[in-house]
Write a protein that binds this ligand. Structure first.
Ligand code: MN
Length: 198
């Protein structure tokens, strides 16, 4: 059984960037629903007791009749785990050390990176995620549709932002670009650096 991860902060701790009401729906309803449905789908398969990362790294081994449903629900569990874990209003506001060097090398500067990440997230059509990922030593910004996860394609996931409407509509209505801009106030770059160093 996969359990819903606990939020590593209180419901009011991300305000005003993300409200208590958004967190209550986003974590307690949306994320919980992905966990419940994934557990139903994995029951009786060899993945029933595995972590969700193992499921998403081994899509070829999933039963064909359930494969797309498991990608959707498993990604829904995993992508939110990545997201909640990197958020902290009091965390490090900027990358340092090797991560900063890699960002400067591959995007020009931290400001250039942030602008490109916001642009990719704002320009993504429909539901999905915007990501900072690494493969073969190179950093990339990418977007994924729905609940697709970069780890299924062999990427190391460093940072993501949820651009499904449920992530921002209560607080920002249709202004996704404002949500993407304010997101930087709650990213903890120490967590991103730990993922990069692994
Ligand atoms: Mn979401």
């Amino acid at each position: 059984m996969i359990e819903l991860m606990k939020l590593p902060f209180g419901y009011e701790d991300l305000e005003p960037v993300i409200s208590k009401e958004t967190l209550e729906y986003h974590h307690d309803k949306h994320h919980q629903a992905y966990v419940n449905k994934l557990n139903e789908l994995l029951e009786g398969t060899e993945f029933a007791d595995k972590c969700v990362c193992e499921v998403l790294k081994n899509l070829d081994k999933l039963p064909a009749d359930k494969k797309q449903a498991i990608i959707n629900q498993g990604g829904g569990v995993h992508n939110h785990n990545v997201y909640w874990s990197e958020l902290d209003k009091n965390g490090a506001k900027e990358p340092t050390g090797a991560l900063k060097e890699a960002i400067d090398r591959d995007f020009g500067s931290f400001d250039d990176f942030k602008e490109a990440f916001q642009k990719a997230g704002a320009g993504h059509f429909g539901s999905g995620w915007v990501w900072l990922v690494e493969k073969d030593g190179k950093l990339e910004i990418m977007t994924t549709l729905n609940q697709d996860a970069p780890i299924s394609q062999g990427y190391k996931e460093l940072l993501n932002n949820d651009v499904w409407e449920h992530a921002y509509y209560i607080d920002y209505r249709n202004k996704r670009a404002d949500y993407l801009k304010n997101f930087w106030d709650i990213v903890n770059w120490d967590v991103v650096a730990e993922r990069f160093a692994k």
